[in-house]
Design a binder for this molecule. Structure first.
Ligand code: KG4
Ligand code: ZN
Length: 376
């Protein structure tokens, strides 16, 4: 069975073809994976401009899908089902993919499956590594999310905990903006951090106060950790961001004006910026891994996935692998082309639903906010 995946939730227009193999150990094979990134367009504005993003998706979607079919040596007639990101994401962007997918499914008279974007990130590990040991936990760490999911069986996702405020990728992007490193910030900080001293700047490790622990968000119903231990899988990055702003202001960087400084000028030398990036990255990675490994231990998982755009981070990948070895836990991080937004993971999540006998009617709509696993 060939599934065409379509992903347009933010600023990447992506299409991919994934085939089911019938082999239990490696049930899916990636046939093509095409991504048209709009990063160059949004960079000029310092972040994603939703209206521009949706218009660009309209321009790119046909060519991207045709290319994905071509690369897979698959004709329209060879497509057995279509999987598309329903949400969460930018509504205008999502609508382009959803409308295209519905039109294609109606034309082909083939099933359509609406997929949750985070289910896609979680399944990227299974797409790349096959049937990893269960139960599994997946830390989805991206521009919009920092969430830990428990996967007791294939296709079941239970939300264990998530960030109380900013996502880790959002913290990367905001700090990069303050440092004048441009958009997207994650890759820029990652690169400069390699030249820096990660102990040069003392930044606070994100922690919760007792009061925070007593006030979980009203819509959060964690599924797997016992009450009293749920803070193990909760994250927070807004305090760190405030500490960064304070530190930079103290160093004379004009952060209060909202202006950015070029890295080769202003009060900070290139080495200062590199040291700062390395220190910031150390704290973020430690916070993510400390909580995730503690929660994984409590959950008794047999494997751990680290997925989403921030999992492209070189230090996170390195440190996660080292900790996994130390703690005897199998850790999987998808390769770079499957870490950041792509449609192969959406096709995989679609296949998972199809295998469970789930399809969607053409009536479903794009959803800017939607959660999975909350009440299971
Ligand atoms: O999963 P993704 O492509 O889109 C969302 O679903 O949000 O994640 C994008 C996020 C951005 O915040 C970007 O700065 C971050 O992933 N990112 C990174 C790296 N590459 C991308 N963060 C840290 N280090 C990287 N190498
Ligand atoms: Zn994503």
């Amino acid at each position: 069975m060939n599934v065409l995946g379509i992903e347009t939730s933010c600023d990447e227009t992506a299409a991919a073809v994934v085939a089911s193999t019938g082999e239990a150990a490696r049930p899916w094979r990636l046939l093509s994976n095409v991504i048209a990134s709009q990063a160059d367009i949004h960079r000029e504005w310092g972040g994603v401009v939703p209206e521009i993003a949706s218009r660009q998706h309209v321009r790119d979607i046909c060519g991207v899908v045709e290319r994905a079919l071509d690369d897979a040596s698959c004709r329209w007639a060879g497509v057995d089902a279509i999987a598309v990101t329903q949400g969460p994401g930018l509504i205008g962007s999502l609508l382009v993919g959803v409308s295209f997918a519905k039109a294609a499914a109606a034309m082909l008279r083939k099933p359509i499956v609406a997929v949750h974007h985070l289910a896609g990130h979680i399944e990227s590990v299974f797409l790349e590594h096959g049937a990893v040991a269960l139960p599994h936990a997946s830390l989805v760490v991206s521009g919009g999310h920092t969430s830990l999911y428990f996967v007791p069986e294939p296709g079941v996702y239970r939300l264990v905990g998530r960030t109380r405020d900013d996502a880790a990728g959002e913290a990367y992007d905001k700090v990069a903006k303050l440092l004048g490193l441009g958009y997207p910030g994650g890759p820029a900080i990652d690169k400069l951090a390699r030249e820096g001293n990660d102990r040069a700047v003392a930044l606070p490790m994100p922690r919760f106060t007792h009061a925070d622990r007593n006030a979980p968000p009203a819509d959060l119903m964690p599924g797997a950790l016992p009450p009293g231990l749920q803070h193990l899988a909760e994250f927070s990055f807004s305090g760190l961001k405030t500490a960064v702003v304070r530190h930079l202001a103290h160093r004379g960087v004009p952060v209060t004006t909202g202006l950015t400084v070029p890295t080769d000028a202003g009060p900070l030398s290139r080495q200062d910026v590199a040291d700062f990036c390395a220190s910031f990255q150390r704290v973020v990675v430690e916070a993510l891994l400390d909580r995730t490994f503690a929660a994984a231990r409590r959950l008794g998982v047999a494997s751990l996935g680290i997925t989403g755009g921030v999992s492209a981070n070189s230090r996170l990948r390195q440190d996660a692998a080292a900790r996994g070895t130390r703690e005897g836990l199998a850790v999987y991080v998808p390769s770079l082309r499957l870490s950041t937004d792509n449609a192969a993971m959406i096709a995989a999540a679609g296949l998972r639903k199809l295998e469970r006998g789930e399809t969607s009617s053409l009536e479903f709509n794009a959803e800017a906010t939607m959660v999975i696993g909350k009440h299971e």
